[in-house]
Write a protein that binds this ligand. Structure first.
Ligand SMILES: [Zn+2]
Length: 251
C-alpha cells in the first residue's frame, strides 16, 4: 500500500504532456492529497492547443490556460506550464533539464507522469523526459539553480491513450478526491463535449472499476519503476540504500 506514503508526504508533482492529462492520470489523487495537506503541483509540458474545431491554436491555448487555472483553484493546487507546442513536444535532454529544474525547485516526494506505452508521441516524450529528469534532478555533479533532489516514488498514471502494456502495480484509494475532481474537470471544454471521446464517462467508470478491485469506492491505478531504476535512484539519494550503512534497507 502506497496510499500512506503519498498522502502523508509534503509534496506531489504531476507531469502531463498536455493540459488535461495530469488532470486525468492523477486528478482525484491530487484532490485527495491536497485535502490531506500535500502541496500539489501540475506541470503541463504543452497546453494541448491543437485540435479545437473552431478556435485557432493561440486562442485555444489561452482558453486552456484559463481552464487549467480554474481546475487547479477548485482543487487548491499549483500549476505551471513549459510552453512547448502541442504535437511537437521534443523527446530530448533540453525538456528533461527543464523538468529536472522544476523537480529540484518543488522537491516532490512523489512524481506521477505518463506510462510510456502510448500511441501519442507527446505522451511518449513526456514519459521519457520525466524519467530522464528524475536522473538529472538527482545528479549531484549537475549544477543548476537548485541543489540536487531525488523523489521517493515515481509512478505512471492511467490514460486512455497510453494503454500499450499498462498494468497497474498499485491501486490507490481516491474516494475522498473523486467528487472534487468530478466538479472540477468540467472546467475544461474537453470534458463538456468538445471531443467525441466521452472523457468524463470513461474516467469516472475507470476510477470506479479500479475502486471495485481495491475494495474502495474509487481508486486510481499506477504502474511503477523497475527494481534497477529504484536501485539507481537510491545510489544518488545517499547512503540509505547502501549495504555500508549496516541495514541494507531504507532505514
Ligand atoms: Zn495528451
Amino acid at each position: 500500500m502506497i496510499d500512506a506514503q503519498i498522502y502523508s508526504a509534503r509534496s506531489l508533482l504531476v507531469v502531463g504532456a498536455h493540459a488535461f492529462d495530469a488532470e486525468v492520470i492523477a486528478g482525484p489523487l491530487a484532490a485527495q492529497a491536497a485535502r490531506r495537506g500535500v502541496e500539489v503541483t501540475f506541470l503541463h509540458l504543452t497546453m494541448g492547443e491543437q485540435g479545437h474545431t473552431a478556435l485557432a491554436p493561440a486562442a485555444y491555448a489561452a482558453q486552456k490556460r484559463a481552464e487549467a487555472a480554474r481546475f487547479a483553484a477548485r482543487l487548491g493546487i499549483a500549476w505551471r506550464d513549459l510552453g512547448y507546442p502541442d504535437a511537437f513536444l521534443p523527446d530530448d535532454d533540453a525538456v528533461a533539464l527543464k523538468i529536472a529544474d522544476v523537480i529540484r525547485e518543488v522537491r516532490p516526494d512523489t512524481i506521477v507522469t505518463h506510462w510510456h506505452g502510448s500511441w501519442h508521441k507527446d505522451h511518449r516524450a513526456a514519459a521519457n523526459a520525466t524519467k530522464t529528469a528524475v536522473l538529472y534532478a538527482a545528479l549531484p555533479t549537475l549544477e543548476r539553480a537548485h541543489p540536487a533532489f531525488s523523489p521517493s516514488l515515481l509512478l505512471f498514471g492511467e490514460n486512455w491513450e497510453d494503454d500499450e502494456g499498462f498494468a497497474p502495480a498499485h491501486l490507490v484509494d481516491v474516494s475522498e478526491g473523486f467528487e472534487t475532481w468530478r466538479e472540477a474537470i468540467v472546467e475544461y471544454e474537453l470534458a463538456r463535449g468538445l471531443s467525441s471521446f466521452p472523457y468524463v464517462d470513461f474516467y469516472s467508470a475507470l476510477y470506479r472499476m479500479r475502486g471495485c478491485l481495491n475494495g474502495t469506492t474509487y481508486a486510481q491505478g499506477f504502474a511503477t519503476t523497475s527494481h534497477s531504476f529504484n536501485a539507481g535512484g537510491g545510489m544518488f539519494a545517499g547512503a540509505r540504500h547502501r549495504p555500508s550503512c549496516g541495514c541494507g534497507g531504507d532505514a
